[in-house]
Design a protein around this ligand. Structure first.
Ligand SMILES: [Fe+2]
Length: 350
């Protein structure tokens, strides 16, 4: 199993993309609404089949990307059944198995942070995704959303600390740059529940944290009880001028075949050196030539009445050009994927 850890800076949330390396079936744990384009691009680029999104719990600090993923890939939505949330295909409970390809995740109930918190354990018990039940040197707060410190103490003791010392703990959040831990490490060093802490120690700690009310709770909880379906029912809006794809690298790309069929609707910008335009690959008719080295200084020469499609030899320099144009305030821009090399391979007309 391949585990990819992804991070949302705004909410300090970790998402986990788990893949069966053989079949390329995948599940995504705790996806974030605002990171949909990034995560969807990764899934597409790696050629994965997303079977399900799983949420460890109904989050109060961010909205899940589950519904957007289902709209994009037809993946099933998994969340604890006890919430009674809308749009849930897999109402999960303790003892369930979530299978993807030849891999499986075991569902454990670890309530206490919320009443429906789940942890997901890989079939070999080598890894556990703990959501906000057990964090690296911490534990999820228990002062709202039916939180219960007594219950969380028992969940961690009975469901998580019973795993082996070497079992890797992947938390739902971290605010200090820590990415993972192990059960053995947390059993020993967790300041709230490690080192043989008793239930009253843990409860005393948790009830005196004095944390501010989560900013997002009024928005996030109702949205998560719809599995992240936007209130107006629409998915992420695509570019209004063409099928622009944002890559995992964050670049806006468009297929050369589309550009070839819409030459009048766009302005081609070629960012190669002038001499390259008459080389072996030639150039596209009507292309404006501003070499990449000059683009920052000459950005005012780029017309704004049509969308700009940027081209170079293989799509690398033009990729950077779209970033430069974006920073200069142009938003209808895209890189021609694969550049002139790909254009010629496809036999498209100049
Ligand atoms: Fe949470």
């Amino acid at each position: 199993m391949i585990v990819r850890q992804l991070f949302d800076q705004a909410s300090s949330t970790y998402s986990y993309l788990l893949t069966d390396a053989r079949t390329r079936d995948a599940v995504l744990i705790d996806s974030v609404f605002e990171q949909h384009a990034r995560d969807a691009a990764l899934i597409r680029e790696l050629g994965l089949t997303l079977r399900a999104t799983l949420d460890t719990h109904c989050h109060a600090d961010h909205v899940t990307g589950a519904w957007l993923m289902k709209a994009a890939f037809g993946s099933k939505i998994g969340l604890a059944g006890v919430y009674g949330a809308l749009n849930v295909d897999l109402p999960l409970a303790a003892g369930d198995l979530v299978r993807f390809g030849g891999e499986a995740l075991e569902v454990r109930a670890t309530p206490g942070h919320t009443a429906g918190c789940l942890s997901f354990v890989t079939a070999d018990h080598a890894r556990v995704f703990t959501g906000d039940a057990l964090l690296v040197r911490g534990a999820g707060r228990t002062d709202f959303q039916q939180g219960d410190a007594h219950q969380l103490f028992r969940s961690i003791h009975d469901q998580l600390f019973t795993l082996g010392d070497d079992c890797i703990v992947y938390p739902g959040h971290d605010y200090d740059g820590r990415t993972s831990s192990t059960i053995g490490e947390e059993r020993q060093h967790n300041p709230r529940i490690g080192g043989g802490a008793r239930e009253e120690d843990f409860v005393g700690y948790m009830t005196n944290l004095g944390l501010p009310h989560p900013k997002q709770i009024a928005v996030a909880v109702p949205a998560n009880l719809r599995a992240g379906q936007p209130e107006d029912g629409t998915a992420v809006r695509a570019a209004d001028w063409g099928p622009v794809v944002t890559t995992y690298a964050g670049l806006k790309e468009i297929a050369p075949e589309w550009v070839a069929g819409h030459r009048r609707d766009v302005q081609v910008l070629d960012v190669r050196a002038a001499a390259e335009l008459d080389g072996e690959l030639g150039h596209l008719e009507g292309a404006l030539n501003i070499p990449l080295d000059e683009l920052r200084a000459r950005v005012a020469d780029v017309p704004r009445d049509k969308p700009i499609v940027v081209v170079c030899q293989t799509g690398k320099r033009s990729g950077l050009a779209t970033v430069i144009l974006g920073k200069a305030g142009l938003d209808r821009i895209a890189n021609v994927a694969g550049g002139m090399v790909r254009w010629r391979e496809l036999g498209l007309p100049s």
